[in-house]
Each structure stands twice: as C-alpha cells, then as structure tokens.
Design a binder for this molecule. Structure first.
Ligand SMILES: [Zn+2]
Length: 490
C-alpha cells in the first residue's frame, strides 16, 4: 500500500446530506440524545435532476435561501469539554468566508473548474488493484438517483444470495431511523445494537483509531461540486482522508471519485440514496449497498470492503447484512459520557446552526479527543460548499495546529489496516472483511467477479440475533483493537 504519510480527517456522524425525498428523521430527539439521527440537508447536485450542471445553485444551501443565520449553539452533541472558541484566522487564501458568515443563506461562489487528469489504464497507488477502467458513461441500467433502488431486479436477487449462510437478525424495520418515531425499537436499542438511539457499537464496528492523538479523517456524502477544493487542500497539506461516497453522487461526479482514489484517499461505501438503513427491508439494504458497490467498481475498478451507514443508523440487522456483503461498518467516536464526535457541519448546511457554532463544537471535540486513551474519528462532509469551507478554512487547520499534536490519517490507515485490505480486488487477508471472505458477484450478473479471502473457509457466522456482538471466526488484530477501543469508550 502506498500510503506514506499521515493525514487527518474527520468524519462526521450522523448527518449528511440526504436526498430531498428522504424520510428524514426529526432533528432532535427527545431522549437525551446521544445522537440524533439527522435529517439532512437536501443533497446537492441531484436535487435538481434537471440541472445537473448548475452547481452553484444546487450544491449549496440546500434549501435555498435566506438566512437563518445565526443560531445558537451546537444543537446536538456538544462535547463535554468546552473550549475557547472564536474563529481562528484564515490561513488559506481569501476565498473562505469569515466563520460567522458561514450560514445557510450565505453568498456562494462557483466551484473552481475541475478537470480529471487520469486516463483509463492509469495505475492506482495501491498494489494488486486493476488499472483504471474506461471512463464511466451514464448509460445503462442504474437506479434513479436518490431513491431507494427497486428490489425486484436481477442484480438485487443475485446480491441477496450473499446473505445465504449468514444469520441475519430478525429485527423489525424502524419507522424512519429516528428514535422518537419508533419508541419501542428505541427502548430496545441496547439489545438491537441500534447505535443511533444510544445502543452500543459492536466489536466489528470501527469507531476510533487505536493510537492516541490520531484522527482518522473522513468526509461523507460526496463526491460533489466542491470536493476538489477539499482535495486541493489535502494535497497541499500532504494529507489523505477516507471518503464515504453516495452512489447517486458517484453517478454525477464520477471524475471526482477517480481523483480522490488516484490521489491516495481511501474510498468507502455510503449507500445509494442515503436513507437511514434501519428503516429499510433486508432487500432494500442489499440494494442500497450493492448498487453503490457496483458503481464504485465501475468507475474505479475496485470494490470497497468497508461502509458507513448514513446518519450512523445501524443495528445488528444492518450490521449482519453489511458484513455478509463483505463490508465492515465504520462509525465515529463517542466519548465515555456519550458525546458523539459530530461537527454538525451538515446542520450548518441545513440552516439549524451556523459556522461559529459548528466550529465551537469541533473545538470541543478536539479537547475531548485529547483526553481519550485512543485516537478518534469525527463526522464531516464534503457535499456542500459550506461544509467544505468549514473543513478547509477552519477544522483542518485547527486540528493541524493543535497541541498536543494530532496525526491526521485516513481511517483504514489509522486502524492499521493495510490499504490492500480495503478493496476486494487487492485483499489478501483471509480474515478481513471478517465474515464474508468469499466469492462475490459484484456486478450482479450471476457470475463471480472477484475472489476474496479463502473462498468461504472462514465460517460465516455474521451476527447473532439481537443482542450480541457478531461472532467472528478469527479475531484479527483489527478486531482485537476494536474490542479494546470499545471497552475504553463505553
Ligand atoms: Zn452521510
């Protein structure tokens, strides 16, 4: 693998833009919400299906308009440790607005031009992966953007076979992924492992970087119109990050995905339409993950072995399905007191908090992070101009100048997972992904596309029924690390 440096990243949690028509959970949950499922801002580009090319309008403030300006403090989780706040000086050029002006109604700028320089046949910076495929063409049978893909397709029928032999817990589908809307399921969150509503993460979830003062940087919901602004910044700072990409966005901005991948960033699955996965049926979850995996493979030639559920909305059923399909769930860090490391940047784009508030939340996160025995993962997004401005103008600089010093790295790297393990095509590790080392039909055409691991020697006991951690045949170092992390965090 060729990651040589460290980079930082943050990930944001539950939020993220989500498609307009999405059933969005209410922003605030009643229970002392460790987290709140998030109603995301409308997605960027695709919002207006008709105008895929007008970035300025579609990408940004989702809801158009006006100001909502200032709102108050961080809505959701504000870390227990509060810190000095106040906007740091801008150090990245003049195009980033002052923090206090970063609000949903702010004036926007057109994204700088982007031209992909990598051609078909180029060699990616990871050993064992195929060369770049031919450029993606928006033809063929792809599901509608930002809608849950239909489950009666031949592709989904093939992908459902990946669940055979795995014990998928028979948990009820939640109403909309939010705690208040499904009080019965929320009351059972501990047994269900329903993380969104206060349930525990499981040993197979990646929730933090194991090494103290190390930040596993990530950005969710892209690729989008301003992603390359972030990519340029990361390149200047010699940083790599993990990008959790939405299939519908990949369809529109596939060239940006190529740029991310070829520049050494890690790529992971973040579903097709960005719905709360606990609110979907098994078949719909398979369709969401399967189509996203397929379009990434089509564009990059590789298949990620990790995923992040939108809004962090995961329970043991969703976990088992993800693992059966060969994808390990990646969440974000939660302190022992229950505060989740969500920058709330998506709430700025959604108009419920402003930039200053989000930055204050981020500073609190950094202060909390410095007290942990492990490293950490934070939720951030690259879907909107606003969230990119916050990352590039404020968050990353604050992290880079933090004392004690933080190492910023992509999540796979900070987790000591070889980069080759992160893609099915290059993976030689028989115990990663944990429970699904077997042949996979990524394209859904009925034939096996790539071979992973040992072809099924490792038993596939993905998860159990409600309650307990997924049983994994081999305890890889990663799992052991995760166990250590969990005991430290919960
Ligand atoms: Zn998201």
């Amino acid at each position: 693998m060729l990651y040589k440096r460290q980079s930082g990243g943050s990930s944001a949690s539950s939020g993220g833009g989500s498609p307009p028509p999405a059933p969005t959970p209410p922003p605030n949950s009643n229970p002392p919400p460790p987290n709140t499922p998030p109603p995301p801002p409308p997605s960027s580009s695709n919002n207006s299906p008709s105008s895929p090319n007008s970035p300025t309008q579609t990408t940004n403030s989702p809801q158009s308009s006006s100001s909502s300006g200032s709102s108050s403090g961080s809505t959701t989780s504000s870390a227990s440790v509060t810190t000095p706040t106040g906007p740091p000086p801008l150090d990245t050029g003049t195009t980033i607005p002052p923090l206090a002006n970063i609000t949903m109604g702010m004036a926007t700028k057109a994204p700088p031009p982007f031209t992909l320089t990598y051609k078909a046949g180029a060699t990616p910076p990871i050993s064992g992966v195929p060369v770049l495929p031919t450029p993606f063409v928006r033809t063929g049978d792809w599901p509608d953007r930002d809608k849950v893909p239909p489950t009666d397709s031949s592709e989904v029928a093939e992908w459902m076979k990946e669940l055979d032999g795995h014990d998928i817990p028979n948990l009820s589908v939640t109403k909309d992924g939010s705690c208040p809307s499904d009080t019965a399921a929320a009351a059972d969150a501990a047994n269900r492992g329903w993380w969104t509503c206060g349930g525990p993460a499981r040993v197979t979830d990646i929730v933090a970087c194991p090494d103290k003062n190390t930040w596993g940087i990530s950005f969710d919901d892209g690729p989008a119109f301003y992603s390359h602004v972030l990519l340029n910044y990361l390149k200047q700072k010699n940083l790599d990050a993990t990008f959790f990409v939405v299939g519908s966005r990949v369809y529109e901005h596939w060239d940006m995905l190529v740029d991310e991948y070829m520049n050494g960033h890690e790529i992971s699955v973040h579903t097709w339409s960005h719905r709360p996965l606990t609110s979907l049926t098994n078949e719909q979850i398979v369709a969401e993950l399967g189509w996203t995996r397929k379009i990434i493979k089509q564009v990059l030639g590789v298949t990620p072995t990790t995923m992040r559920p939108p809004y962090g909305d995961i329970d043991d059923r969703v976990r088992a399905i993800s693992l059966a399909m060969g994808m390990i769930p990646v969440l974000w860090t939660q302190t022992p007191s229950g505060t989740k490391f969500d920058t709330n940047d998506w709430r700025v784009a959604g108009g419920t908090v402003n930039g200053t508030s989000s930055f204050n939340t981020f500073e609190s996160i950094l202060s909390s992070a410095a007290t942990l025995d492990t490293g950490f993962i934070v939720l951030e997004h690259d879907l909107f101009e606003i969230t990119v401005d916050l990352a590039v103008g404020y968050f990353l600089d604050a992290a880079l100048s933090h004392q004690p010093k933080f190492n910023l790295e992509p999540i796979g790297q900070c987790s000591h997972i070889p980069t080759t393990d992160l893609y099915l095509e290059s993976n030689q590790n028989e115990t990663f992904p944990y429970a699904s080392s077997r042949d996979v039909d990524v394209s859904g055409d009925g034939s096996v596309d790539t071979k992973s691991g040992d072809g099924g020697k490792t038993a596939a006991s993905a998860s159990t029924s409600a309650g307990f951690p997924v049983v994994v045949p081999f305890m890889s170092p990663v799992i052991l690390l995760s166990i250590g992390l969990l005991s430290a965090l919960f």
